[in-house]
Design a protein around this ligand. Structure first.
Ligand code: HEC
Ligand code: HEC
Ligand code: HEC
Ligand code: HEC
Ligand code: HEC
Ligand code: HEC
Ligand code: HEC
Ligand code: HEC
Ligand code: HEC
Ligand code: HEC
Ligand code: HEC
Length: 420
């Protein structure tokens, strides 16, 4: 471990925080000749004696871990400090250059094309921003515990976010090293792996679902991958979403989106134009009905739901709607309470939907997201190549409807049961 290297001015540009404090203290100690001994500073150094004693640089004596075992042996300080001729002044050699002389492997790692993105303090040679070159209480000669303490010294916004109200991503509480390389990395944001791989390390159930589902979601294939909806550190919104769920989804569904051969509606515009929103849509709950990561069902649906206009009735087919609505609205033939869509007590939901042959499905009459007409009744129904208009009018005790299926029909809930 021969000494050597040019003497260059001390690291510059360190930010306030643990770094700058250490640096200022350092500067003070080089400029003001000092030694803990009240007697003052020795005129010359004794090559046979250690620079660290109870009288001089005593703080070095009680480091739990020294940089290397013999650091306190005579002459060792000069591995990194250049002795000036007259004064008791020992400028450290330019730290990163000197560090790299012994830590060749790190230099090579950072110089290779796979370490292309260097962390700014590393690129500036400010190794001492994070490491105490002499020794430390922490592992890896760190100036503070790795994580919020060390990194938060400069990244104050992350400390504020983590300490503020909201949800904190669990691994962030344990440090930063699970996801970031402190020196430099191949991927942006000092990421040790591609984002989806990184997340997969701990969330393989999600990435497996995404990869193995027959219906996948284009969002996960976008450039930002998981980060097109999630933030990595903390959030005020559940599930570490960047913004409230509806806004998250509409950040992409704010235009027509191609899905294979089909073109999906511009959902943001649809919701702007049709102001009568289905309750869960109003409550931000797109994932009440859709799986964001992948699904067995078309349209990423979370449960069964027939998307054709006709289907033989079975309760399981409507698992999606009946997870919130009581199935008796369709199964009860006669009722005075299970639904308002009735003529007297004759259940018109049952009449239309509950049939073996040509049972109408919910979307024959309802929009699932939002409508202009009341009660989410559609204004038109796509019927083959024809867009069939549907005229629904709500009245105080019932309503009326005319469509391509039938001429105007009216129902009245208050009617006596003679209606049968
Ligand atoms: C591995 C390189 C290295 C060795 C070995 C080394 N130093 Fe340093 N020292 C530095 C660097 C780099 C700085 C300036 C950076 C900082 O800590 O702020 C420094 C700063 C100092 C400072 C001022 C700031 C402080 O941390 O107190 C003193 C005093 C000091 N060294 C004393 C010593 C003594 C005494 C020895 C031998 C027992 C020694 N150094 C060995 C690299 C080293
Ligand atoms: C932003 C803080 C930070 C800066 C700046 C920094 N390091 Fe590190 N270093 C760490 C942390 C944290 C570790 C702990 C192990 C890990 O996560 O890789 C570490 C580990 C190391 C190790 C041992 C493990 C390894 O990766 O080889 C060496 C050697 C090292 N650093 C040298 C340096 C040198 C030389 C510089 C300046 C060019 C430097 N470090 C700058 C934070 C930093
Ligand atoms: C003269 C050679 C030399 C110089 C100069 C040097 N180191 Fe080291 N460094 C070592 C040795 C030897 C070890 C101990 C390796 C071991 O125990 O396996 C070490 C270990 C480390 C470790 C790992 C500590 C651990 O807990 O395993 C870090 C981090 C580190 N050095 C950072 C630095 C930084 C930052 C600088 C520049 C300020 C620097 N080194 C300069 C020789 C040097
Ligand atoms: C001495 C101050 C300092 C410390 C300590 C520090 N950083 Fe940084 N870090 C910076 C600066 C400066 C930048 C570049 C400007 C920015 O993005 O804020 C940066 C950028 C980053 C970036 C973004 C890099 C990019 O390419 O987008 C990440 C990630 C990061 N730091 C992580 C860490 C982690 C993890 C630690 C602790 C091991 C840490 N930082 C400690 C100063 C610091
Ligand atoms: C679970 C993985 C993970 C952990 C743990 C983690 N980060 Fe990050 N961090 C990321 C990802 C992913 C990005 C990139 C975000 C993007 O591309 O939108 C990032 C980006 C950053 C950035 C740059 C952009 C920004 O958001 O400010 C900084 C700085 C940063 N992280 C610092 C830290 C610090 C400091 C810690 C530890 C307290 C930490 N990170 C812990 C995954 C993580
Ligand atoms: C080192 C392991 C680790 C990594 C890497 C990791 N996570 Fe996590 N994540 C966890 C743990 C632990 C939890 C909390 C327990 C749980 O919900 O599984 C969690 C929770 C979450 C949650 C639910 C938060 C909530 O409160 O509802 C989301 C969303 C999440 N992580 C997304 C990500 C994304 C996106 C990435 C990649 C940038 C990622 N995670 C990387 C460990 C990790
Ligand atoms: C299209 C937006 C979007 C993308 C892209 C996305 N997620 Fe999610 N993620 C969500 C939503 C929304 C939730 C909340 C689900 C809920 O409330 O039921 C969630 C929940 C989670 C959870 C909490 C546990 C769970 O399964 O509900 C984890 C972990 C998670 N996501 C990880 C990931 C990972 C890893 C990726 C990338 C492979 C990713 N997410 C990509 C929107 C997304
Ligand atoms: C009550 C259940 C439910 C809720 C809540 C819901 N959806 Fe849907 N969504 C569906 C059903 C059912 C379909 C399939 C309809 C069809 O094929 O006619 C669908 C289809 C879609 C489609 C494809 C549209 C097309 O043109 O084929 C998109 C995009 C979509 N939903 C996005 C969203 C977003 C964004 C939210 C939250 C604002 C949301 N959904 C909330 C049930 C729901
Ligand atoms: C990063 C952009 C992006 C975000 C954010 C996003 N999507 Fe998508 N989504 C797409 C793309 C691209 C497609 C078309 C490709 C495909 O079908 O996967 C799509 C398709 C869909 C489909 C139709 C899937 C099919 O194949 O039948 C539904 C339903 C859907 N998204 C709902 C949502 C919901 C709910 C959210 C919020 C949790 C959301 N999307 C957030 C980009 C996004
Ligand atoms: C996450 C729960 C949930 C799911 C799933 C759900 N709904 Fe709803 N729906 C509600 C709530 C809450 C209301 C408002 C209270 C009510 O009328 O029961 C509502 C109201 C309605 C209304 C009446 C609208 C009005 O203006 O009063 C219709 C029609 C409707 N839902 C149809 C459906 C259809 C069709 C499905 C299946 C695709 C479905 N819902 C799935 C929760 C849900
Ligand atoms: C033939 C057209 C038609 C079909 C098919 C249809 N509905 Fe309705 N639905 C209506 C009408 C009309 C109303 C308004 C009743 C009123 O308030 O006057 C209504 C009302 C509702 C309501 C409000 C509560 C109630 O029952 O009064 C819900 C919830 C609902 N429908 C869900 C569904 C579900 C779920 C399906 C599929 C299983 C479905 N509807 C199928 C026409 C239909």
């Amino acid at each position: 471990m021969a000494g050597g290297g040019a003497s260059i001015s001390p690291p510059r540009g360190a930010r306030p925080g643990p770094t700058a404090r250490g640096f200022l203290l350092g500067l003070l100690l080089w400029l003001v000749p000092t030694c803990a001994a009240a007697e003052g500073v020795p005129e010359s150094i004794d090559p046979e004696a250690s620079c660290a004693s109870k009288a001089c640089h005593p703080d070095l004596l009680d480091r739990t871990r020294l940089h290397w075992d013999e650091l306190l042996a005579p002459g060792q300080c000069l591995e990194c400090h250049e002795a000036r001729r007259k004064k008791h002044e020992f400028k450290p050699f330019d730290s990163s250059k000197r560090c790299y002389e012994c830590h060749e492997e790190l230099r090579e790692r950072l110089a290779s094309p796979r370490g292309r993105n260097q962390h700014e303090p590393v690129a500036k040679g400010e190794c001492s921003a994070c490491h105490d070159p002499h020794g430390s209480e922490e592992g890896w000669l760190l100036r503070a515990e790795e994580g919020l303490e060390l990194c938060g010294g400069c990244h104050e916004d992350i400390v504020e976010g983590v300490e503020g109200e909201g949800i904190v991503h669990e691994p962030v509480e344990d440090g930063c090293g699970d996801c970031h390389d402190p020196h430099g990395a191949r991927y942006p944001a000092l990421m040790t792996m591609r984002i989806a791989r990184l997340c997969e390390d701990c969330h393989d159930e999600v990435t497996e679902l995404a990869e193995e589902s027959p219906v996948d979601h284009g969002a996960l294939r976008s450039k930002k991958q998981c980060m097109s909806c999630h933030v990595p550190h903390f959030s005020r919104v559940d599930a570490l979403l960047e913004k409230p769920q509806r806004d998250t989804c509409l950040s992409c569904h704010d235009e027509k989106v191609e899905s294979g051969e089909e073109v999906l509606v511009d959902m943001k515009r649809w919701l702007q134009v049709n102001r009568n929103w289905h309750d869960p849509v109003r409550e931000n709950g797109c994932t009440e009905c859709h799986e964001p990561h992948g699904s067995d069902r078309p349209r990423l649906l979370a449960k069964e739901f027939p998307r054709a206009l006709y289907a033989p009735f079975a309760i399981e087919r409507y698992g999606l709607c009946f997870s919130c609505h009581d199935e008796s609205m369709v199964t009860a033939g006669e009722t005075r309470s299970a639904t308002k869509f009735r003529n007297g007590s004759r259940n018109l939901h049952s009449l239309h939907v509950n049939r073996e042959e040509r049972g109408r499905t919910c979307i024959a009459c309802h929009e699932v997201h939002a409508s202009s007409a009341p009660l989410q009744i559609r204004s038109y129904v796509p019927y083959g190549s024809w867009t069939m208009p549907l005229f629904f009018e709500k009245t105080e005790r019932g309503g009326s409807c005319s469509s391509g299926c039938h001429r105007m029909r009216a129902y009245d809930r208050s009617r006596a049961d003679a209606a049968k």
